[in-house]
Every structure is written in C-alpha cells, then in structure tokens.
Design a protein around this ligand. Structure first.
Ligand SMILES: CC(C)(COP(=O)(O)OP(=O)(O)OC[C@H]1O[C@@H](n2cnc3c(N)ncnc32)[C@H](O)[C@@H]1OP(=O)(O)O)[C@@H](O)C(=O)NCCC(=O)NCCS
Length: 187
C-alpha cells in the first residue's frame, strides 16, 4: 500500500508539467553548455551541437534554447518557408480560385526536448514560442502559416498543438503539416 502510494507520488512528480514562467528562451550561443542535452535522436542532437551554429552564421535557420534551472532542456530552429495548398484548400479559404501557388510561412525546421524533461509540456511550450514569434513577424511581413515536416512519431504531438496535414505537400517519410495563424489567433 505504502509502496503503491510512493510510486503514484513519484510518477505524479515525474509527469508534472514545468510551469511556462519557470522556462526562458535564449538565442543559441557558444556559452551555453549543451553537453548533457540528449533528445534520443542522434541527428537532432548533432544538429544542435554543431550544425545549428553554421545555420545561424549563414542565416539559414535561427535556433532558440529553452532553459530551465539554467539547464538547456529543449531547442527549436525556425526559418522562412512557403507552402503549396491544394485547390480545395485554396477554395475553402478564399471562396474563389486564387492564382497563388505558394503561401508564406515560417517553418519549425528542428524541435526537440531533452529526454530528461519529456512529457512536461516543454514541446508544447516551444511550439507556442515559435507561433508567437511568427505572429510578431506577421505584423511586419505577410506570413500566414507555421509549418513543420513532422517525424511520423511526432505527428500526434503536432496535431495536439493544432497542426493539420498539408494535402498538396510531400516530405519523404515525414508529414508536411501546417498551423493557420488566423485560427491560432482566434483561440
Ligand atoms: C515530440 C516531442 C517534441 C514532444 O515534446 P514533449 O515536451 O515531450 O511534449 P509535451 O509534454 O508538450 O506533450 C504535449 C502532448 O503531446 C503528447 N505527445 C508528446 N509526444 C508525443 C508523441 N511522440 N506522440 C504522440 N503524442 C505525444 C503528450 O502526451 C501530450 O499530450 P496531452 O496534452 O494529452 O497530455 C519530444 O518527445 C521530442 O523531442 N521527441 C524527439 C524529437 C522529435 O521527434 N522532434 C520532432 C521533430 S519533427
């Protein structure tokens, strides 16, 4: 009985979300120690620890780190993008067949949470941060969507954040998905 109670308590503690106000977002810079960061995906780990700095320097993608108690527990990289909408989707939006081929967007190019802090709302927090940055940008430059090429294992996570599949886009084994800023601003 005591063991069951302790187990529930420990599990409860482990599952507890980190309050957003306890996390900060910093631009990636050399001074942040990334040695202990491990999201469980070698490509994403090595992107953060080496390629992200090159992408930053070459202005290909901007990377942000989420810090909790001074520890990097998540990161996301964003860059400019454009997406194609299917004929039906364009009709639904505008009521007429507009000639636009592509619609302006900001892409979540990479996003990952350290395994030590998964299932605590950090991924959702980072998507909200990326959406917030895109909304800010859209006040200066036309930008309608946030996009992502989601790993198959992360599709449900992005759906939970309000993303839908793009009917007219393909991205290999990943799923091309988008979030409409106009919908996001309504909620
Ligand atoms: C996918 C990932 C970003 C989720 O981050 P997280 O901080 O653990 O997610 P959150 O705690 O914000 O979870 C939010 C919701 O999504 C669900 N969820 C999280 N990961 C999920 C997954 N892989 N599949 C289905 N649902 C998932 C959670 O259960 C939670 O649901 P709830 O709101 O009903 O409780 C993280 O697991 C990760 O970094 N994975 C490895 C890298 C990766 O796949 N990145 C995405 C590349 S496109």
């Amino acid at each position: 009985m005591l063991f069951a109670l302790l187990k529930t308590e420990i599990l409860g503690e482990m599952m507890q979300a980190i309050p957003p106000e306890d996390m900060t977002v910093a631009v990636l810079r050399k001074g942040i120690n990334l040695d202990r960061f491990n999201c469980g995906d070698d490509d994403l780990n090595s992107f953060l620890k080496s390629d992200a700095f090159i992408y930053e320097e070459k202005k290909i993608a901007k990377t942000y780190i989420v810090l909790y108690q001074n520890e990097p527990i998540g990161f996301f990289s964003i860059c400019a993008d454009a997406i194609r909408l299917s004929r039906e989707e364009r009709f639904d939006e505008f009521g007429v067949e507009k000639p636009h081929a592509d619609y302006p967007a900001i892409k979540i190019a990479r996003l990952a949470v350290s395994k030590s802090h998964s299932d605590k709302g950090v991924g959702t927090y980072m998507v909200k941060q990326a959406v917030g940055k895109t909304i800010g940008l859209s006040e200066q430059v036309g930008c309608r969507f946030v996009t992502v090429d989601a790993y198959p294992a992360a599709i449900r996570f992005y759906e939970g954040c309000g993303f839908v599949r793009n009917l007219a886009e393909k991205s290999g084994t990943n799923a091309s998905m988008r979030l409409d800023l106009i919908d996001a601003l309504r909620h």
